[in-house]
Ligand binder design. Sequence first.
Ligand SMILES: Nc1ncnc2c1ncn2[C@@H]1O[C@H](COP(=O)(O)OP(=O)(O)OP(=O)(O)O)[C@@H](O)[C@H]1O
Ligand SMILES: [Mg+2]
Length: 292
Amino acid sequence: MQTMTHAALTSDGSARIVQGGDAAPAISIRNVTQRYGEQGSANAVLALDNVSLDIGRGEFVCLLGPSGCGKSTLLNVVGGLFRPTEGEVLVGGKRVDGAPHPDEIAFVFQESTLFPWYTVIENFRIALKFQNVPKSEWDDRSMAALKAVGMASFANHYPNQLSVGMRQRVNMARGICVKTNILLMDEPFAALDEQTRMVLGEDLSILLAETGKTIVFVTHSLAEAVFLSDRIVVMTARPGRIKTIVNVGEAHPRSPDFMLEPRFSELRNDLYALLRDEIRQAMASQRDPAGA
Ligand SMILES: Nc1ncnc2c1ncn2[C@@H]1O[C@H](COP(=O)(O)OP(=O)(O)OP(=O)(O)O)[C@@H](O)[C@H]1O
Ligand SMILES: [Mg+2]
């Protein structure tokens, strides 16, 4: 099991997270195994195999691995969308028992999940209402989050009046404005162009420094993983296991200058070297989807 005593850095160099000792981790994933389909049947899939990981409060952790290695499965188990076949997840020391915890955990998915028949701000109000946030706070919180992603002037637009990139910025802002300590993000920028991705990545790094949220983020982009993460969890081809964990050790908020540093390219190249074999293996196993 990967336990951790981890200190991420703020821009003034002080420790933002001091994990270990008495403090329970924000998220503790313990020996999680996930099987899909009936064992022994042609559809049986071993998606995750004995995954254990502690994630500190305020930490930004990226899950990186070949397609089909169980990243979304792991995120969904952490979010309580279902109970794993074996093992357990604790959030703030309490067991997540296959039930969503909207007061603790917010999700941002690849596809915008805004209700099309409500305006942007109405979508936010619904999310806040669902979280039992007092009505008097709804609009202030919503506008602050929209401002953070440069979308304040679109509060009264309907989702279909926005571009794909704008919708996803709004989607991210909604994940920010709810008061959960934990934000789970499954390839939230995958549908966006590179420039928008980079700008939103910067916004997310600023947000992390400001709010101290714990973020678990799935991406296929090596550069995005290095730019955003405190730690990058590299997973094996299915069945998903933790192959290794890479520490980035750079203060948040991060500026684009970080990408120009030799260390940035080194980390990205290291990640590629770690993933290359796994990606080949994943491609081969797509010809044998059982993989269990
Ligand atoms: N609801 C489900 N029922 C059956 N099998 C599933 C289900 N969800 C996922 N799987 C299988 O579990 C494995 C892991 O899927 P998962 O979606 O977690 O991978 P991923 O790492 O998120 O992939 P990607 O990068 O392509 O999004 C895959 O083989 C997938 O087919
Ligand atoms: Mg996925």
